[in-house]
Write a protein that binds this ligand. Structure first.
Ligand SMILES: NC(=O)c1ccc[n+]([C@@H]2O[C@H](COP(=O)([O-])OP(=O)(O)OC[C@H]3O[C@@H](n4cnc5c(N)ncnc54)[C@H](OP(=O)(O)O)[C@@H]3O)[C@@H](O)[C@H]2O)c1
Length: 336
């Protein structure tokens, strides 16, 4: 079978389309014919060699995919042939708190991922796809959506009426927008692009700020919240944005630390954490149970993932290049 593997750390050219041996299906295993995959910013870090805990080489690329069950082992009870499934991002994190060993099993980094014609997974490492979602839509969920869910609803305990600040319009932020609005929150979205902010409004954003036009965007956040600040910041920017995110939060606000998109070596002054009693929590994707709970919320609210562009399996490198241009809003998908 054919698979795209990350064979080095030289960026997108580290991806190679190869013929690899099909895996055997053990008694607890399921073979999944992959139908669609999606990209995350993390996948650029993996091919660039800069992703912590996930430096296995060669490794089948990408964490996020969806497919059809085509073969089941003799002891499999959770799935049958024909079922539609998504592998979970952290292969061995089923429920409860994670451990270092579990976190080393991230698909497409620590262990083989999904950008292959078929893959074999333990039945425990798969979730069912909600009926109303296509394979392409479902393939967007395992990393970005589960991360946003974990931040806002598991760790963040978001309440209706609270205010949420989202940085940029990438995969995590757009899922956070859709989920926060479904939960009755007020949402402020920042972006470098007025056009993207317009789309964010169409998706339900209450307020928008162009962070290029307003580099002191935390001050705009205070203006938009009557001087109070926001209850939650979904912090995907990292050291380059964190100090402003801390300043944008209300007293007792929660900062969900998720990513590093901007100025990784910037220094951050921590004083607002102390004086405003902020709660700063690192978030790393989530468990299978979180994914299943999120799917229930998606079904209840009929949330439709936002797909910006779709590429063929053979054009996988073009999908990576599109992600690296950062012109997208929401998700970039590869179909098989
Ligand atoms: N911890 C975890 O479990 C986890 C899970 C998923 C993602 N992440 C991390 O979260 C980050 C986002 O991932 P993603 O897949 O959603 O990325 P993505 O789809 O590539 O989106 C990136 C977007 O971020 C925005 N951005 C870039 N610099 C910014 C800045 N200085 N201020 C505000 N927005 C900025 C841009 O939006 P505009 O074009 O609108 O300006 C850009 O399009 C990455 O660092 C990723 O590694 C972590």
């Amino acid at each position: 079978m054919r698979a795209w593997r990350v064979v080095g750390d030289g960026g997108i050219d580290a991806l190679q389309l190869e013929d690899v041996a099909e895996e055997a299906v053990g008694p607890q295993d399921v073979r999944v014919q992959m139908k669609a995959c999606s990209l995350n910013y993390r996948d650029l870090s993996v091919v660039g060699g800069g992703y912590p805990r996930n430096d296995t080489r060669p490794v089948i690329a990408l964490s996020d995919g969806a497919g059809e069950v085509v073969e089941v082992g003799e002891n499999v009870t959770r799935f049958k042939k024909g079922d539609r499934v998504c592998p979970i991002f952290v292969r061995d994190w089923i429920s409860g708190p994670p451990t270092d060993a579990l976190l080393k099993t991230g698909l497409g980094g620590g262990v083989d991922g999904v950008l292959a014609e078929n893959r074999v997974f333990s039945q425990e490492s798969l979730v069912s796809i909600p009926e109303y979602l296509s394979y392409e839509q479902a393939a967007t969920l395992p990393c970005a959506a589960v991360t946003a869910w974990h931040a806002l609803f598991v760790s963040g305990e978001l309440q209706p009426g609270q205010t949420v600040l989202l940085l940029g319009t990438g995969g995590v932020s757009i899922f956070a927008l859709q989920m926060a609005k479904a939960a009755g929150a007020k949402v402020i979205v920042t972006s470098s692009s007025d056009e993207k902010l317009q789309r964010a409004k169409q998706l339900g954003a209450d307020e928008t700020i162009n962070y290029r036009e307003y580099p002191e965007w935390h001050k705009e956040v205070h203006k938009l919240t009557g001087g109070v600040g926001v209850d939650h910041v979904v912090e995907v920017g990292g050291p380059g944005t964190l100090e402003r995110s801390l300043k944008a939060a209300s007293v007792g606000g929660r900062i969900h630390l998720i990513g590093v998109l901007d100025s990784p070596t910037s220094k951050v002054g921590p004083l607002p954490v102390v004086f405003n009693l902020l709660r700063v929590q690192g978030i790393y994707v989530g468990s299978r149970v979180m994914f299943e709970q999120m799917n229930a919320a998606f079904v209840a609210n009929q949330i439709e993932p936002v797909i910006d562009a779709t590429y063929s399996f053979d054009d996988a490198k073009q999908a990576y290049e599109a992600l690296s241009r950062q012109q997208h809003l929401g998700k970039i998908v590869i179909t098989l």
